[in-house]
Design a protein around this ligand. Structure first.
Ligand code: RTP
Ligand code: MG
Length: 135
């Protein structure tokens, strides 16, 4: 199994709830290592650029407004099968559908305020990591 890197974002709702540490602990216990991280307030332009693939979707504006509603914790996770492992730990996009024990089941309120982001494929992981941390 290959060692991968993936981009994880702890979204404004989870930062505001003071659960950055609890969420990182789940990654660490699953064998993922934090290899880069920053707490930052995204600008509108940064959030729009990050979610550019969703530009035409009806939820785009709400998503951008939510992502700039407070600071986010952006991190790079590294480990075996990191991309899929992170998505598994996160649970389904809609916390009502997320499996028990996943981050979204335990910390998220709604499909909009859903606690975390995780890259969905090797190509997007590379682009998203470069977006925040450069090469
Ligand atoms: P993410 O990109 O944040 O890791 O989440 P995801 O892959 O599970 O979901 P994605 O389809 O990429 O959507 C990105 C974010 O947009 C919000 N969303 N809202 N109201 C809606 O129908 C809707 N659909 C998606 C969610 O916050 C989702 O995480
Ligand atoms: Mg996504």
């Amino acid at each position: 199994m290959a060692i991968e890197r993936t981009l994880s974002i702890i979204k404004p709702d989870a930062v505001a709830k003071n659960v950055i540490g609890e969420i990182i602990t789940r990654f660490e216990k699953a064998g993922l290592k934090v290899v880069n991280a920053t707490l930052k307030q995204l600008t509108r332009a940064e959030a729009e650029g990050f979610y550019a693939v969703h530009k035409e979707r009806p939820f785009f504006n709400d998503l951008v407004n939510f992502m700039i509603s407070g600071p986010v914790f952006v991190q790079v996770l590294e480990g075996e099968n990191a991309i899929a492992k992170n998505r598994e730990l996160m649970g389904a996009t809609d916390p009502k559908k997320a499996a028990p024990g996943t981050i979204r089941a335990d910390f998220a309120e709604s499909i909009d305020a859903n606690a975390v982001h995780g890259s969905d494929a090797p190509e997007t992981a590379a682009v998203e990591i470069a977006y925040f941390f450069g090469k």
